[in-house]
Design a protein around this ligand. Structure first.
Ligand SMILES: [Zn+2]
Length: 229
């Protein structure tokens, strides 16, 4: 049941994690306001997937905001001259921040989500950030989310008036296997998601994102409904 004023902004990227995070919000009774940031990533597949996920979550609104981070570059996802790594084992992905890290991406995304939340008087923002399988991303850590909450409380009118927006990152300490499992349990619209960093007709199965996703489905003991090359 949706209670009045129980609104949440969901950062919907088109990927698996944000789809599950959005489904959790839905199951907790939030009215969904989906937000997709078109940041100049390599392909439009994710944007298309995000629209389908938002629709499947029966979002009250779905906004797509364009912020061209390719003007800055600095990541394999926003600079075509930097190659997306393929065929790496999970062990090889750990230990250093990968070239697919987009400089300050979650801070940019959460800031826009915070503005949207304040506009619609939502006190919750959901993000599918996950620290376990991709430990290299500094803006996917629990301590980062905590600090952002502090910022949100003092940076906005809502916050100063005692109704701060809180960031919910329900998957932050989950393994990919658990994300898949919980997503299936909650009937998340996983079939509409797209995780591949490349923009082929099917998911490549070779980039870090595909490999982590496949590992998650393997751990959960189920087949991914989205096809691979
Ligand atoms: Zn891929």
């Amino acid at each position: 049941m949706v209670r009045r004023n129980k609104r949440a902004v969901i950062l919907v990227s088109g990927g698996l994690d944000s789809c599950v995070a959005g489904t959790i919000a839905k199951c907790e009774g939030y009215e969904i306001y989906a937000l997709t940031i078109d940041y100049g990533q390599r392909h439009a597949k994710e944007i298309e997937a995000a629209a389908n996920v938002a629709k499947a979550l029966r979002a009250k609104e779905h906004k797509t905001v364009q912020v061209d981070l390719s003007a800055l570059g600095g990541s394999a996802l926003t600079d075509p001259d930097i190659e997306v790594p393929t065929d790496r084992e999970a062990g090889e992905m750990e230990g250093e921040i990968p070239v697919t890290y987009v400089p300050a991406r979650n801070t940019v995304f959460l800031s826009i989500a915070l503005g949207y939340a304040e506009t619609i008087e939502a006190q919750a923002v959901f993000i599918g950030a996950n620290a376990v399988d991709y430990s290299g991303y500094p803006d996917c850590r629990p301590e980062y989310i905590e600090k952002f909450d502090e910022l949100a409380a003092l940076a906005t009118k809502q916050g100063v008036e005692g109704k701060p927006t809180k960031v919910h990152a329900p998957l932050i300490e989950w393994t990919k296997g658990r994300i898949v499992q919980e997503g299936l349990n909650l009937k998340a619209p996983i079939k509409f998601t797209w995780s591949c960093y490349l923009g082929g007709d099917k998911q490549c199965g070779r980039c870090d994102s595909c490999r982590l996703r496949l590992k998650g489905f393997q751990e959960a003991g189920v087949e991914d409904p989205v096809p691979y090359e």
